[in-house]
Design a binder for this molecule. Structure first.
Ligand SMILES: Nc1ncnc2c1ncn2[C@@H]1O[C@H](COP(=O)(O)OP(=O)(O)OP(=O)(O)O)[C@@H](O)[C@H]1O
Ligand SMILES: [Mg+2]
Length: 207
């Protein structure tokens, strides 16, 4: 089983959006996926209650119980696990990072957000887990991504070559408990999620 932790100390960076989209993308790719929601805000759990059907499995858990929860998931046939985390709890983020194969840090491409990425990198480094930063909510204006990548160079961690745009399909789809790939399969948001999933699964093979 491969486990991805979606981490960011910055609120609203896109953690829950990434978590539900990547869990569904993993199912589409043939995995049995589980999404473990470590955030008391429970965005992923509430999303799953609005969803028809029972896959991917979404459960709420306390981070101190993660090891047992993951063991049970794997024994139950789960092959791809995504952890959605809270921006407020450093200890829960650290617990999540420690049990994961890869930490994904979504960040808006704006300076306050990019500066805050450092706090999250510190947590992932404490857990000695490899990191990929992914720019989220990118507006279609030429130099934003280039400037953001430049700003991220100060951290010396890889930034994904793919990004998620600022697209209504990401916010509309989750209202109905689906994802952009299900809501608008041929849309740009859907293609972006496909590319992100492909990139992260390739990176997971190498860690
Ligand atoms: N790429 C995007 N395009 C459009 N809207 C987005 C995108 N990513 C996230 N959003 C929207 O931004 C808001 C915050 O996203 P989300 O809840 O995923 O962030 P979060 O990091 O989980 O927040 P929190 O820190 O509160 O848990 C939501 O309304 C979501 O629908
Ligand atoms: Mg969230």
């Amino acid at each position: 089983m491969k486990t991805l932790a979606i981490l960011s100390r910055k609120g609203g960076s896109g953690k829950s959006t990434f978590a539900v989209h990547l869990a569904v993308a993993a199912e589409k790719a043939g995995h049995t996926a589980a999404l473990i929601d470590l955030d008391p805000q429970a965005s992923a759990v509430k999303w799953s209650r609005r969803r028809e059907g029972d896959s991917p499995v979404v459960i709420s858990a306390h981070s101190t119980l993660l090891a047992q929860v993951l063991e049970t998931a794997e024994a139950g046939g789960v092959s791809f696990c995504v952890l959605d985390t809270s921006p407020h709890s450093e200890s829960a983020a650290l617990d999540a990072a420690r049990v994961s194969d890869l930490a994904v840090i979504p960040s808006r491409p704006a300076i306050f957000d990019l500066e805050a990425v450092g706090d999250t990198i510190q947590i992932a480094n404490m857990a000695k887990v490899p990191i990929r930063v992914v720019l989220n909510g990118v507006k279609p204006s030429g130099s934003v991504v280039l400037k953001a990548r430049k700003a991220l160079e100060m951290y010396d961690v890889p930034c994904a070559p793919c990004t998620l745009g600022d697209r209504v399909a990401f916010s509309y789809s989750v209202v109905d408990g689906v994802t952009a790939q299900e809501y608008e399969p041929t849309g740009k948001a859907s293609r972006e999620v496909g590319a992100l999933y492909k990139y992260l699964s390739r990176e997971l093979e190498g860690v």
